[in-house]
Design a protein around this ligand. Structure first.
Ligand code: SF4
Length: 468
């Protein structure tokens, strides 16, 4: 069953470990993936390499479900990569679970990727015309073949050849011949960082994965950088392409964990600061400020502290809602089925409530949210959003509905107020959001807020999105 995206969703998280002490890497990759579970819950997998011979275990479900039977212990070798994947429409299938592996000219190669190529279709057509047969619909497979076919040139040159032709977003980890490789696209759209401790080098989508295994954050992978880790240590190479840093600003708004730091900016602090900015931009006469768990909470705390309105925990989230949760029908909602979020009457009753959410995509969740808060006895509900109105889709690895389904693309603020049933609705300004991440906006992608995309989007992809 396809569950409609009520929020933007990042499509993946990646991790890679190189064990300096020669011990098995798998269980450390497993712990890293656990810390990255929020980036994808559809499938997970780990590939390890021992003397260039690889073993892969992957499956559908959460990490603890896929590796429930001690399968991690079967994965031998001091080098490995792992992946968690978020489901997108219609392709929730084991064959799309990563890492992907190929055997080419006597060499085994595995790759795991976070992001999306905008020219994957054209490249795939070209490769198919050359006689290649694909197993999956994934753009990662396209990348893997492009990398593998130049492998005789060595790791750096084969990556450079691949990166010359692929366009889009990619933070990827690769392993072959007991090397661990990390690459980040020329815009650095998706995050990838480097960590280290006495026993290991680590590559991961977010720094919270380094914390999970006691590794120290070293630095972020730069735009257009190739990092190769092997017996000789860590070496950095350039893709030799023009770079233009445009990190996805939504990582700070919603995707990343608050305890991660991405490109030098703490996710928690940026969310908190967004709240303080909203208190100035969107003042409301209210009795209590609440946040939508989890990602709306730091901004709600910031709003409360800057406005002087007390903060309260007005919504309790059921932490055990899994990916198989059946969304209640409209009828059930009307009958009061509120399993995901429950209002705390002690905080809300007879209060004028400011509720801070991280984003508003279709608006259906906001409608339910307002009604849940009212059912907890709130006198007034003022809905504030810690990101500007989303008026365009994303083409860089984030699951977004078509433009017609984005509430802010189709409706005025007054209409959104009516649709959601809130007493007032407000959005942080784009300028305010950029201030919250401490930047002038130059090195962030803000395409979904109506800003410019960092690259040209092929017409075919725009048409596909319209049909979604
Ligand atoms: S379009 Fe939006 S979600 Fe996509 S990469 Fe840019 S900022 Fe992130």
């Amino acid at each position: 069953m396809k569950i409609c995206a009520e929020k933007f969703h990042d499509e993946c998280g990646v991790a890679g470990i190189y064990k300096k002490d020669g011990k098995d890497a798998a269980k450390f990759i497993y712990y890293c993936l656990y810390a990255l579970q929020h980036r994808g819950q559809e499938s997970t997998g780990i590939t390890t390499s021992k003397g260039g011979v690889m073993t892969t275990e992957k499956g559908m479900g959460l990490i603890h479900e896929v590796f429930a039977n001690g399968d991690v212990a079967k994965l031998k070798g001091p080098v490995g990569i792992g992946h968690v994947r978020y489901t997108t429409a219609g392709d929730s299938h084991i064959r799309n679970a990563q890492p992907f592996e190929v055997y080419h000219k006597g060499v085994q190669i595995a790759m795991a990727h976070n992001g999306n190529l905008v020219n994957a279709r054209a490249l795939r057509d070209q490769l198919e015309d050359e006689g290649l047969v694909f197993d999956t619909g994934s753009d990662t497979e396209v990348m893997l073949y492009l990398f593998a076919r130049n492998i005789r040139l060595g790791a750096v040159e084969s990556i450079r050849e691949m990166c010359k032709v692929i366009k889009g977003s990619y933070a990827a980890v690769i392993t072959f011949e007991d090397k661990l490789i990390g690459i980040r696209d020329v815009n650095a759209l998706r995050p990838l960082c480097i960590g280290e401790n006495d026993r290991s080098y680590v590559l991961a989508s977010e720094s919270c994965a380094l914390d999970a295994i006691g590794a120290k954050f070293v630095r972020d992978v730069e735009p257009g950088e190739i990092v190769i880790i092997d017996r000789g240590g860590l070496q950095s190479y350039s893709m030799d392409l023009e770079t233009d840093k445009k990190v996805c600003i939504f990582e700070y708004v919603y995707f990343a964990r608050p305890d991660s730091t991405i490109d030098g900016i703490s996710v928690y602090e940026s969310r908190y600061k967004a709240g303080t900015i909203m208190a100035k931009e969107l003042p409301v006469d209210a009795d209590v400020v609440i946040g939508v768990p989890d990602s709306g909470m730091p901004a709600a705390i910031g709003y409360s502290e800057a406005s002087g309105i007390p903060y309260g925990m007005g919504l309790i989230k059921n932490k055990y809602i899994g990916r198989t949760f059946i969304q209640p029908s409209q009828r059930m909602r009307e009958e009061g089925v509120a399993i995901k979020l429950n209002p705390l009457r002690q905080v809300l009753e007879n209060k004028r409530v400011v509720v801070v959410d991280d984003s508003i995509v279709r608006g259906t969740t906001s409608q339910q949210l307002v009604s849940i808060i009212r059912s907890g006895g709130a006198k007034e509900v003022h809905l504030l959003c810690a990101s500007p109105p989303i008026i365009s889709g994303c083409y860089f690895g984030v699951d977004t509905p078509s433009k017609e389904k984005l509430i802010a693309a189709e409706h005025s603020l007054e209409e959104i107020k009516q649709i959601t049933g809130a007493d007032s609705v407000g959005y942080i300004s784009l300028e305010g959001l950029l201030r919250s991440v401490g930047g002038d906006g130059d090195w962030f992608c803000k395409g979904c807020f109506g800003g410019r995309y960092p690259m040209e989007i092929p017409e075919e992809l725009i048409l596909m999105r319209k049909r979604k």
